[in-house]
Ligand binder design. Structure first.
Ligand code: NDP
Ligand SMILES: O=C(O)C1=N[C@H](C(=O)O)C[C@H](O)C1
Length: 271
């Protein structure tokens, strides 16, 4: 079978450079395009060199329409506005679209959903095996405990992260809410500050810390009367997410159109 031809969107970013390295080490995958923002100072630079590799001849471009003429998939770790612009082109070209971008709004999600009748999209706030396994465990524990156990989600990331709470925190919150049988939107507490009043029973709380170079730490705390259960994941290297994204792309290649999650890719759906 021919190699899967991949475009990295956000090729100059932290995840983009990591993806370029992981693709170069992965049999069955080849980098054919590198997308960056219009006006970026990195346009025209070599994606291999930016990733700390020898030159690979793939120059950063802002023209996804042209790049996508010779591609099977796009790995998209950018910003919401870029991802939403990419969705339409990926769908029109029939590319697998792996979306790792976080900070997407409800209306962004609706746009993504609207193309999945004809596009194959894998979207997840976290592409690692460990976090997706953690989400399955959180769902199970939330199923077993009643509202006497308050659920709090704590995340910490590097100081350059621009969105909060993290996509992973929402993924874990959704898992907890599903286990509890409640709607996360009507059962969350975010951004506590000042005279907040007592905790509302049944809420799922979120707290975000930012600093240093932390790749990504997440804990889900079940705080009950006189005892606490804490389930945690600590990401030590972005390679983790890049390997997951590549696995998702290769899994989705040839799959029928639809919106898939990492739980689908990893076979954790019935966990
Ligand atoms: N799901 C997962 O497993 C993971 C998700 N993420 C998410 O991925 C996203 C990126 O993270 P990270 O790599 O750390 O961030 P960076 O800021 O390092 O990278 C984002 C890149 O996207 C570029 N970009 C901006 N606009 C466009 C555009 N229109 N077209 C193409 N590229 C564009 C930026 O360019 P410029 O700087 O010039 O604006 C930048 O190079 C975040 O949302 C993050 O939360 C991160 C890790 C894992
Ligand atoms: O911005 C990051 O770095 C990360 N973003 C994702 C998120 O928002 O959860 C995944 C990972 O934690 C790293």
């Amino acid at each position: 079978m021919a190699d899967m031809r991949l475009i990295v969107a956000g090729a100059g970013g932290r995840m983009g450079r990591t993806l370029t390295r992981v693709i170069s080490e992965t049999p069955g995958a080849v980098l054919t395009g590198a997308l960056e923002a219009p006006g970026s100072a990195l346009l025209g630079k070599d994606a291999g060199v930016l990733a700390g590799l020898p030159e690979n001849g793939v120059k950063l471009s802002a023209d996804l329409w042209s790049l996508s003429a010779n591609a099977d998939g796009i790995l998209d770790f950018t910003v919401p506005g870029a991802t939403i612009a990419n969705v339409a082109i990926a769908a029109q070209r029939g590319l697998v679209h792996v979306i790792g971008t976080t900070g997407l709004s409800a209306s962004d999600d609706a746009v993504i959903k609207s193309v999945t009748g004809r596009a194959t999209v894998v979207k997840s706030g976290n592409m690692s095996l460990g976090v997706n396994l953690l989400a399955a465990l959180v769902k199970r524990v939330a199923q077993s405990l009643d509202e006497n156990f308050d659920i709090e989600i704590l995340e910490m990331h590097h100081k350059a992260k621009i969105d909060a709470p993290s996509g992973t925190a929402f993924l874990l919150g959704e898992a907890a809410a599903a286990g509890r049988g409640v709607d996360l939107h009507t059962h969350s507490a975010r951004g506590r500050d000042g005279l907040t009043g007592a905790r509302r029973p049944g809420d799922i709380g979120f707290a975000s810390l930012r600093g240093g170079t932390v790749t990504g730490d997440h804990s889900v705390i079940f705080a009950g009367p006189f005892e606490r259960i804490t389930l945690s994941h600590h990401a030590e290297d972005r390679m983790l997410f890049a390997h997951g994204a590549l696995k998702a792309a290769m899994w989705a290649h040839g799959k029928k159109p639809g919106l898939y999650s990492m739980a689908d890719v990893l076979g954790l759906g019935d966990f």
